[in-house]
Design a protein around this ligand. Structure first.
Ligand code: ME8
Length: 632
């Protein structure tokens, strides 16, 4: 059986985990889940980096020993991984005795091979970053990485002769285009390696200066540099933490890291492995950086996002979904609650949630929630559903999570449209269309089965819930076996409709009225309202003065409408109208709706229209009237 080994960085225990740590770990989780579903043996490793100056200092400031401090801090990470449904197979701590033994073994081997030597060293030391810089590397006399002051230190130390591997590494990266991804980062690393001589790496710290580390096996006066110790975790874990010890886990398939620590992985770790004559990992992927509301996340700005809080407020799956749908993996992203709510409302509540509830509502109404026998196979639905699997494989192999999600959404959009076009509610009224109704309902519910399976790596809790709603207990076969059209057995009892994702009303208000362009389910009954209810709705004639597509959406347009004053409205009419065709058009706008955010854009009103999808018709005044005229 094929194996798949994926890692996250091991996080420092000097601080609490935040959205950035969650991001990397969820990425690895998606890959681990997908590969398990593909029937591979998976080892998914995460953990904590517990030695070094940063941790020692954090412990000192709390009046604890470094180990006591680490023992406490590690719980925050473990708890968060539980909250986020992270399915790691092991959790490594660099203070594990077994890890320390492997680090010492590696050091001894390199020392005996002549890859590590002792030398006097003079340089500029940045204490917070725990590393030496040469005079040339300093920027304005300060640390080029963090900009903080450095101090000149002279001491004897042990060096790993990294410079020997400069050429072999350049060669390796050139010959293996997928070794470092994304490509822009690969080019950066190559640029760095080819533009200057690679120095040797100081891998020890005198114990008298820094006692908190793994002692060098060949010199008790020194401990190991924290990065040298930490990087070895990826290998040491295969020796004592991996499931199925009979599997040859090394080398890893993917090391997923943030772009901040690419050099340590691409250069230090790769050359360490070369010196050890060990194979290099298949891929190192450096993802982008999250800011929060346009600013760097930092305690001093008070904008560090606690994933536990986000999950408490919005649920785990919306959070997981948002992070990977919002930006391509590799690019930087910006987190805001507004953007999150926009995604929940448009993608999860409207597209997915609505598809599930309307399908199950119709089954309940027309077949007593029993899956009907179809009278034929809808070839297009079958082709689309089955065709997503190879696309998922291709995209996830390159860690293109966003594209993978797009593929699944194509099926969701298709099925919503399929229901709109086939109008099961109309078929149900005509006895001669009974067979057709069965086929349409079967196709919708079978399509949902594919969606549940495909979504599982991304939003496992929702996928499992949906799968149970479809009458299954758990995924019992491999993805390839399950992704065959016709898997849903006629006669299966499915559950009644449930709301998967309630629409989120932005904190300030109670915008319970649906925005224009969102799909409205057939309900059958018309509720009578009082005149005073109706008179609460303020409508005006407006002229469209600006129109453009909302980025990333096929349906939504951002319009600026002059209704006496200018208001911004997000309208789901983009499948019928082009932005250009709307400029100058008169429309009717509901102007006193509580604003909501759709895909990151605030909508301050609603435009009246009829029809749906490609057949939307705007309601306009019969003759030109001045913008701002009241509609009653
Ligand atoms: O560097 N956006 O640990 P660390 C995206 N112990 N990702 C972010 C992020 C942000 N704003 N902030 C943090 C270390 N991350 C070392 C690693 S590995 C052998 C040793 C994520 O706790 C991202 O994955 O500082 C980044 O690389 C990592 O957290 C840094 O975690």
């Amino acid at each position: 059986m094929e194996k798949f080994y994926v890692t996250t960085p091991i996080y420092y225990v000097n601080d609490l985990p935040h959205i950035g740590h969650a991001y990397t770990t969820i990425a690895a989780d998606i890959l681990a889940r997908f590969n398990r579903l593909m029937g591979r043996r998976v080892f998914f490793l995460t953990g904590t980096d517990e030695h070094g100056q940063k941790v020692q200092k954090a412990a000192e400031s709390r009046g604890l020993s470094p180990k006591e401090h680490a023992d406490r801090m590690v719980l925050n990470f473990k708890r968060l991984w539980k909250t986020l449904n992270i399915s790691n197979d092991a959790f490594i701590r660099t203070t594990d005795e077994a890890h320390k033994a492997v680090v010492q073994e590696v050091l001894q081997k390199l020392y005996e091979k002549g890859e590590i030597v002792k030398r006097p060293y003079k340089g500029w030391y940045c204490t917070p970053d725990e590393r030496f810089w040469t005079t040339k590397e300093l920027e304005d006399g300060k640390c080029p990485e963090c900009g903080r002051p450095v101090e000149e230190l002279e001491e004897e130390n042990y060096f790993f002769l990294m410079s020997r591997y400069q050429e072999p590494l350049i060669d390796y990266i050139r010959k293996n285009p997928e070794y470092i991804l994304p490509e822009t980062r690969r080019n950066e690393v190559l640029g760095f390696l080819t533009s200057r001589p690679l120095g040797d790496l100081c891998i020890s710290r005198p114990r008298k200066r820094l006692p908190w580390g793994i002692p060098l096996p060949f010199d008790d006066g020194f401990v190991t540099y924290v990065w040298f110790d930490a990087l070895i975790n990826y290998y040491s874990a295969t020796r004592y933490l991996a499931p199925d010890r009979d599997v040859q886990w090394w080398p890893a398939d993917h090391h997923i890291v943030g772009k901040d620590i690419l050099t340590t992985h691409a250069v230090y770790w790769s050359t360490m492995l070369m010196a050890l004559d060990m194979p290099l990992p298949r891929n190192i992927f450096a993802h982008g950086w999250w800011t929060v509301e346009g600013r760097k996340m930092s305690k001093s700005f008070g904008n560090v996002v606690d994933p536990e809080k986000v999950v408490e407020e919005y649920g785990v799956d919306p959070f997981r979904y948002f992070l990977f749908r919002e930006v391509p993996f590799g690019s930087d992203g910006d987190f805001s609650e507004k953007a999150l709510v926009g995604r929940i409302n448009s993608d999860l509540a409207n597209d997915l949630g609505n598809l599930v509830s309307r399908t199950l509502t119709m089954l309940q109404r027309y077949t007593d929630s029993v899956v009907p026998e179809p009278s034929g196979v809808e070839e297009e639905a079958k082709r689309l559903s089955e065709g997503i699997l190879p696309m998922l494989q291709e995209h996830l192999n390159k860690l293109s999570f966003q594209r993978a999600i797009d593929e699944i959404w194509r099926l969701i959009d298709y099925l919503n449209k399929y229901i709109d076009t086939n109008q099961p509610w109309a078929l149900a009224k005509r006895p001669e269309d009974r067979d057709r109704l069965s086929t349409v309902l079967y196709t919708a519910v079978e399509g949902l089965r594919f969606i549940a399976i495909y979504l599982w790596p991304f939003i496992p809790q929702t996928a499992e819930r949906l799968y149970r709603m479809l009458g299954y207990e758990r995924f019992e076969a491999t993805l390839r076996e399950m992704a065959q059209w016709g898997g849903m057995r006629p006669g299966t009892k499915v559950s009644g409709p449930e709301q998967l994702f309630p629409r989120i009303v932005p904190k300030r208000g109670e915008a319970k009225v649906e925005k224009s362009g969102e799909r409205k389910e057939e309900t059958g009954g018309e509720g009578i309202i009082e005149f005073e209810d109706f008179s609460k709705v303020k409508m005006k004639v407006g002229r469209v003065v600006e129109a453009e597509r909302v980025k990333g959406s096929k349906k939504l347009l951002r319009l600026v409408v002059d209704v006496g004053q200018r208001v911004q409205v997000v309208a789901g009419i983009g499948t019928t109208y082009t932005p250009e065709s709307l400029i100058g058009k008169e429309v009717v706008v509901v102007v006193n709706l509580r604003p909501v955010t759709l895909m990151g854009v605030e909508s301050q009103g609603m435009i009246l229209a009829t029809g749906q999808d490609r057949d939307i018709v705007l309601i306009t005044p019969e003759r030109d009237v001045p913008p701002g005229s009241t509609v009653r």
